[in-house]
Structure formats: C-alpha cells, structure tokens
Design a protein around this ligand. Structure first.
Ligand SMILES: Cc1cc2nc3c(=O)[nH]c(=O)nc-3n(C[C@H](O)[C@H](O)[C@H](O)COP(=O)(O)OP(=O)(O)OC[C@H]3O[C@@H](n4cnc5c(N)ncnc54)[C@H](O)[C@@H]3O)c2cc1C
Length: 512
C-alpha cells in the first residue's frame, strides 16, 4: 500500500515547519512521550525507573483514563487463585480470531510481557497510598465458539474509585502518574504536540504548542507517540475507519482529545499505517448495557441474526448492516431464563461483571441495569406482544409473526433460521414482555502506525523511522480486525504492557 493515499483529506498534508522565533523554549531529555493516557504514563514511569529523564506532553489538562477492565495473559495474582493461561493456545486463538491480520511478533511481545507488566502495576496500585484491591473478572463468554479466557483484571476501592470514577483504569493511570512524579518525570499539560522534527533522518524532537508559542522537547533516545486513537477526528475516520464515521454513537472521552494527532505526526515523519480499514472497538454503551441472547429483531420486527455471539461481534454485525440499533426481547421469566444461558455464553453485556467467586447473575443487579435502560428510553415493556411492538415502533403483525415462529422453533429444539444452539433456544412466552434497545457505539479505533516488536514506527518499506516509537491505539499490529475478545480488556492490557516494554527498550534493556 502506498504510504499516503491521494484520496485522503487534507489531514494527510504536513503543515509548514514552525518558525524558529515561535519556539520559546527547549527542554532536553532522554525520552519524550506524547500523551498521558494508559500507554504513555506506563511508558514514562518505566523509562524513569530505568534512570531516563522523561518528559510527557499532554494535550488536555490532566492524565486520562476510562473503562474498567485490563486484560493480560497471566499474572501472579491470577496464579495465586489457580488460573493460568497457556500462551501458545492464546496466541493460536488470537491469530485465528484475527484471521492472521495481527502482527505475530507484536502479539508475542504482549503475551510474553503482560504478566510482568500486570505484576508491576499491582505492586504499585496496592501500595498503602493507593490502596486499590485487584480482582480477577469472571464475566466471560463460556461457550466453545467464542470462548473468552481469564485475564481481565479490575481495581476496586482505589482513590479514583472513591471519587466516583469507574473502578479500573483510572486508578491504574493515577497511581502510575503519581509514581512517575516521584521519579522526576516532567508533565507539560495543555500542550498539544503538533510536529516532530528530524535530523539526518532521525526523529530528534517534538514541538508542543503552549498558549501562543511552542516548546521544543529534544529527546536523545526517542519520541514515543502515545496519543490514543483517531475516533475524535471524523475526516480521518471517514478515510481510515469508515464504520466509525457511520456509527451514530461514539462514547470516547475526553471529547476532542483523541483526534489522531500522533497518527498524523507519525505519517508526516515517514511512518506507514497498517492496512485499511482500521479495526474498531465497539460496545453497545450508547444504549442498554445488557443484551442477552434470546430474540433480536430489527426495526421491521424481523429476526436478523443468531443472537449467540459475543458483544463486540454483535455490534460489528449491526454496524456492517447499517443498523443504528435493534431490539433484544425478554419475557417475564427473565430471572430464570438469563442464568440458564450463562453456562453456554455470557461475557460483557450478557453476564454481569464479577469476580470468580461472585455469582454471575443476580436479580437486583439486573433490575438496576434494566431501570437504567428504562430511564434512558432503551427499555419498553408491555403485557402483550402487540402492545410491545407498538412501544418499540415496529409493525405489530410482523413482530407477532416473528415471535410466534421463534417460539415454535424453541419448542421444537432447532433454530431453522440461523442455527443457534439448542440450549439457547428458550421460548419467550411469559408476559410481560420486554424489549431492550441495543446498538453499536464506537469506543476507540484500534488501528495505527505500523510498528515492529520493539515498538519502533516503520516506514512503507518496513524499516524503522529512527528515534520514533508508537504504543497504545496509535500503534498497529495488535488486532487487524475489530477487537477480538480472546481475553476481555486487552485494549488496556496491550496499552499497559507495550508501554511498559517500551520504557525498557528506550533504556536499552533486553526484553522478552
Ligand atoms: C467508555 C470507554 C470504556 C472503555 N473501557 C475499556 C475497558 O474496560 N477495557 C479496555 O481494555 N479498554 C477499554 N476502552 C478502550 C481504552 O480506554 C483505550 O483503548 C485505551 O485508553 C487506549 O490507551 P492509549 O494510551 O492508546 O490512549 P488514551 O488512553 O486514549 O490516551 C491518549 C492520550 O493522548 C493525549 N493526546 C492526544 N493527542 C495529543 C497531542 N497532540 N499531544 C499531546 N497529547 C495528546 C490524549 O489527551 C490522551 O490523554 C474503553 C474506551 C471507552 C471510550
């Protein structure tokens, strides 16, 4: 693929060089990290632990984090509880689900190092000043076809969780940030990086914009792009990840931060992108937070899919069909019917987030989620299928026909339409009836600059752009297809691990 497609928008053009008189200050360091998200802060802290002088440049006024689960291949904490993944099996499954579109060397860099990265993070986050409690998450798809493995970690009761933030990544990033301050890492906030500078073919510095001038951060050992994804840049999404542009809902935060700046700077500096379209991480977070696997119908009241598939794939399927949302139908016996499905499927938005020893389903927690959906206009209920159809705004005759046919197939124990497993063919025949609205929302776009396993940005010939690294969602290679859920939470897990590893690589340490 040519490095730059002439059809892309104006974002592909490098801006003119910044005039020297606009650069009011130069800071010298060993490593400059662009972006204080999970991958950038992990990289900065690790590099500082290795004795490097590190400067982090951040566009917003603080570090950033979101979401709950951090997925790794193994950890000491997992092993203590008797869980251990076989890396060879994980790799084979990952490659299979990615249809070989991931980069196996990058994948193995993650698999071999994620245990060390998670153990390192747990040592930090459980220090008395942070006091967070790690928990292994057992909300997994259990069926064979899309089986998910243990490895998703979450942190509870930490300082950010106590402030009301979602427990998980925020405490991790906060603790790493605080530790990095202790080691003298310097953060420039409200200082968006705008351009990279090269000397004799090597990236030597980055220019960050402050209020009305620029700061040059000169980095002896390398500049690390950790600017997250392109989800906040519509033009780039149209060119590089069209489904992210079509999708009506986008839940990424903070708004206007992740606008593909690092992707652009890397491209202008000679880096190449991975094959298009970029993969996307979708969840149904813009609508109901629960979906299940009974009967799904479209806006015509018709069934359109095998409902037994993991959340991410369900969202991709809807997005590819151009559907903003669909309806998931339950009946009055949901409290018995949902748990009956969990041994065969489950996972995010189907089961509940829970630790291995906690129940995978409770009525009060499910009622809370249903109430949340009801308040958001994403749950309607009625005593009859006809009334339910009216509330859903779908043709009643078609919906009743669909429901009757579905129930007949359930009684007969075979899905003649889409081949859903017989264990999940559970009739919906006990009033009242419920319809949950679910649909794809873009979380992040997970494609970026080509990198090798040392996280060096590669040019279109596959050669490193000297002095330039990329991690997190700015980097390619981890997936190649839309977020395969081999272990839940690997978007954070790979960002953490590969950021951590890059902190070692910059210091010239051998890595696994
Ligand atoms: C609502 C939501 C929930 C999620 N939940 C999960 C989950 O549970 N598990 C999971 O694995 N993943 C989850 N994700 C995805 C995950 O949050 C991201 O994939 C992950 O944060 C990516 O890390 P990163 O370091 O690449 O980028 P980010 O964490 O996005 O950080 C990028 C940083 O770079 C800064 N930046 C951008 N441009 C510039 C610039 N020009 N100069 C300086 N700084 C810049 C940004 O302000 C930001 O601070 C979720 C995403 C969303 C939106």
């Amino acid at each position: 693929m040519a490095n730059i497609d002439p059809k892309w928008g104006s974002w592909k053009e490098a801006p003119p060089a910044v005039a020297e008189d606009q650069i009011v200050k130069t800071i010298d360091c060993d490593a400059a990290v662009i972006g204080a998200g999970i991958s950038g802060v992990a990289c900065a802290l690790r590099a500082a632990e290795n004795g490097l002088k590190v400067v982090v440049i951040e566009k917003t006024e603080h570090w950033n984090a979101r979401g709950g689960n951090l997925g790794v291949a193994n950890s000491g904490f997992m092993r203590e509880q008797g869980y251990e993944n076989d890396l060879d099996e994980l790799a084979r499954e990952w490659i299979k689900r990615c249809m070989s579109r991931c980069d196996e060397e990058v994948l193995w860099r993650y698999l071999r190092n994620s245990e060390n990265a998670m153990d390192w993070l747990i040592d930090i986050i459980t220090k008395p000043e942070y006091g967070a409690r790690p928990e292994l998450q057992a909300c997994l798809y259990r069926g064979e076809t899309y089986r998910e493995q243990f490895g998703s970690h979450r942190f509870f009761d930490g300082p950010m969780a106590q402030k009301g933030m979602r427990p998980g990544a925020s405490d991790a990033v906060y603790a790493m940030y605080m530790e990095s301050l202790k080691l003298g890492v310097k953060y420039l906030f409200k200082a968006p990086a705008e351009q990279l500078e090269k000397k004799d073919g090597r990236v030597t510095s980055v220019l960050a914009k402050t209020s009305d001038s620029y700061v040059r951060i000169r980095a002896e050992k390398g500049v690390v792009i950790a600017t997250g994804d392109i989800g906040g840049n519509r033009e780039m999404c149209e060119d590089l990840a069209p489904m992210a542009a079509w999708c009506k809902k986008n839940t990424y935060t903070p708004k206007d931060a992740n606008t593909g700046d690092g992707h652009k700077m890397g491209l202008w500096a000679g880096g190449a992108f991975e094959d298009l379209p970029f993969p996307i991480m979708f969840h149904p977070q813009g609508y109901a937070f629960i979906i299940y696997c009974f009967l799904h119908v479209d806006d015509k009241g018709k069934r359109f899919m095998n409902e037994d598939i993991h959340t991410q794939a369900k969202c991709v399927y809807l997005a590819r069909k151009g559907m903003d949302w669909a309806w998931s139908i339950l009946d009055g016996a949901w409290a018995e019917k949902i748990p009956a499905t969990l041994p065969y499927g489950g996972g995010l938005f189907w089961g509940l987030d829970h630790g291995p020893d906690a129940p995978g389903f409770t009525v009060p927690a499910t009622e809370r989620l249903m109430n949340f959906a009801r308040k958001g206009g994403n749950l309607v209920e009625a005593d009859t299928p006809e009334e339910l159809a009216e509330k859903m705004g779908v043709p009643a005759d078609e919906f009743v026909k669909t429901l009757n046919r579905y129930n007949q197939m359930c009684y007969a124990g075979h899905d003649d339409q889409f081949g859903k497993r017989k264990e999940l063919m559970i009739p919906l025949d006990k009033p009242p009836y419920y319809a949950l609205r679910f649909g794809p929302a873009v979380l992040v776009v997970i494609g970026g600059l080509k990198v090798n396993a040392d996280m060096e940005v590669l040019d279109e010939n596959g050669d490193p752009v000297p002095g330039l690294y990329a991690v997190g969602n700015a980097a390619a290679g981890r997936y190649g297809v839309d977020y395969p859920m081999v272990i839940p939470g690997t978007s954070h897990g790979t960002a953490l691990t590969l950021g951590f590893v890059t902190g070692d690589i910059l210091a010239g340490k051998q890595v696994l």
